[in-house]
Design a protein around this ligand. Structure first.
Ligand SMILES: *Cc1c(COP(=O)(O)O)cnc(C)c1O
Length: 462
């Protein structure tokens, strides 16, 4: 496994031309800030954050080429030149036939769910994603998890924890019938499992299975380039293939996609819906006008579409992905050296710390991951986020989901931080780990109705 041979250099294939200055805070300032934020790192002011690992979404550094392309943005309301550049890039690199730009990934999910899902339909997926599942549910669908069991075990070293358990899928199909399944929702480099890839072999098997039944595969391709990197590094027969060609092969096994360009595609905003079916495209083109804007801009400025078109190409460069994942692995190895329990294998976009193992004296109702994220911020100004019981939310009947994984996510923005920053992050996690026994849990004092992790507030237990 490549992962353990980290001595190979992952140095960046770029140099720094401009810097963004950061405010340095004292512990006293941070204690005040986290209290005001209700112990929710989403509610901190970014000005009070030193190293921001809340998300890799929209936090990427654009290249000089992307920045200069902004000036070429064609801001025409209809038929913008920039739209045709984006369409050409998506066709060339991903191979989907029809595209609808959207302001970000969830807008594409909204449109797609409304078109394909009828009340009572079932949507099997390789683990849920927050916005994806919510749009499926709002459209009347029921999400069913068909990821392999290993994905729910933070210590399983399975190399492709994003794989689908075809037997689980078969059970769902037998129970509900193929007619009730408008599509299978397949994420590449599964975010909620810790940035874990699906193998090409598994995807092929899934394609063969679904083709027989006439069920679509819709690809959540937010992190497809990172997934392709892992296939290149780990799967037999792919070592000599380029990331660009692996990505195109992955897409060719699916019928359509939703994309948040804010991740792999190296921009700060944007997304799209892609499909190979004319009927779906036609309906989406009607619907995007209602929710986003005309089908040739879909809630984006012309300049945004320019930057995405270039970002897609840059994201598929082998050296870029090697440095990207290499930096994440560097941080993970450093944390393991300090004895910190992390999800393994190390994922593509961040390190996921097992908060249940880090704070074993807290019950899940005392929000161990939420607690740990707050403590890390207090220690060093490093901002992470909860991926556990708070993120999982409640079922339609009001009961809490109790996810097996109770994680703190250290998400690494692309091309933003240095190796010394990685050192500071690991050292801070180690400092909190040393005083872990003295850490008290939290109670929720404010809970919003939807996607509660964004705005919920907590108080420290006495
Ligand atoms: C971020 C993300 C989305 C949603 O995209 P937004 O651009 O944030 O709306 C969907 N799926 C996955 C896997 C994501 O990581």
């Amino acid at each position: 496994m490549k992962d353990s041979k980290i001595k190979q250099s992952w140095a960046e294939p770029y140099k720094i031309k401009m810097v963004e200055l950061l405010k340095m805070t004292t512990k006293k300032q941070r204690l005040k800030a986290i209290k005001e934020a209700g112990n929710n790192t989403f509610l901190l002011h970014s000005e009070d954050v030193y190293i921001d690992l809340l998300t890799d979404s929209g936090t990427n550094a654009m290249s000089d080429v992307q920045w200069s392309a902004l000036m070429l943005g064609d801001e025409a309301y209809a038929g913008s030149k920039s739209y045709y550049k984006l369409e050409a890039a998506i066709k060339k690199y991903y191979g989907y036939k029809y595209i609808i730009p959207t302001h970000q990934g969830r807008a594409a999910e909204n449109i797609l769910s409304k078109i394909l899902i009828k009340k009572g339909d079932v949507i099997p997926g390789n683990m849920y994603f927050t916005t994806t599942r919510l749009h499926q549910e709002l459209a009347g669908g029921i999400f069913t998890d068909i990821i392999i069991d290993e994905a729910h075990d933070p210590y399983s070293e399975h190399l492709f924890k994003g794989n689908v358990d075809i037997a689980k899928l078969d059970k769902v199909v037998k129970k509900y019938g193929a007619k009730k399944i408008p599509y299978i929702s397949i994420a590449t480099n599964v975010n909620m499992a810790g940035g874990q890839p699906i193998s090409f072999a598994n995807l092929k098997e899934l394609r063969a299975y679904t083709s027989k039944l006439g069920i679509r595969i819709i690809h959540d391709m937010t992190r497809v380039a990172e997934n392709a990197y892992f296939i290149q590094q780990r799967e037999k027969g792919y070592g000599k293939k380029s990331i660009q060609s692996i990505v195109k092969e992955i897409c060719s096994l699916t019928d359509g996609a939703t994309m948040s360009a804010k991740k792999d595609a190296l921009v700060n905003i944007g997304g799209f819906l892609a499909t190979n079916e004319w009927d779906v495209f036609e309906e989406a083109r009607n619907m995007v006008v209602v929710y986003e804007g005309l089908h040739t801009y879909g809630g984006l400025a012309g300049r945004d579409m320019e930057a995405i078109a270039i970002g897609i190409a840059e994201s598929l460069d082998d050296n870029h992905q090697h440095a990207r994942v290499g930096q994440v692995e560097y941080l993970g190895h450093k944390m393991m050296e300090f004895g910190i329990p992390i999800v393994k294998p190390i994922g593509g976009h961040g390190i996921f710390v097992d908060a249940k193992a880090f704070l074993p004296h807290l019950t899940q109702d005392q929000f161990p991951a939420q607690t740990l994220a707050a403590e890390l911020y207090i220690d060093s100004g490093v901002r992470t986020m909860e991926r556990g019981i708070v993120s999982a939310g409640r079922k339609a009947n009001g009961e809490n989901y109790y996810p097996k994984l109770e994680l703190v996510r250290f998400t690494i923005p692309r091309r933003v931080y240095t190796q010394a920053h990685m050192d500071v992050i690991a050292e801070s996690a180690a400092a909190v780990y040393e005083r872990r026994k003295s850490i008290k849990g939290l109670k929720m004092v404010y809970e919003p109705k939807y996607l509660r992790f964004f705005q919920a507030k907590f108080e420290t237990l006495k």
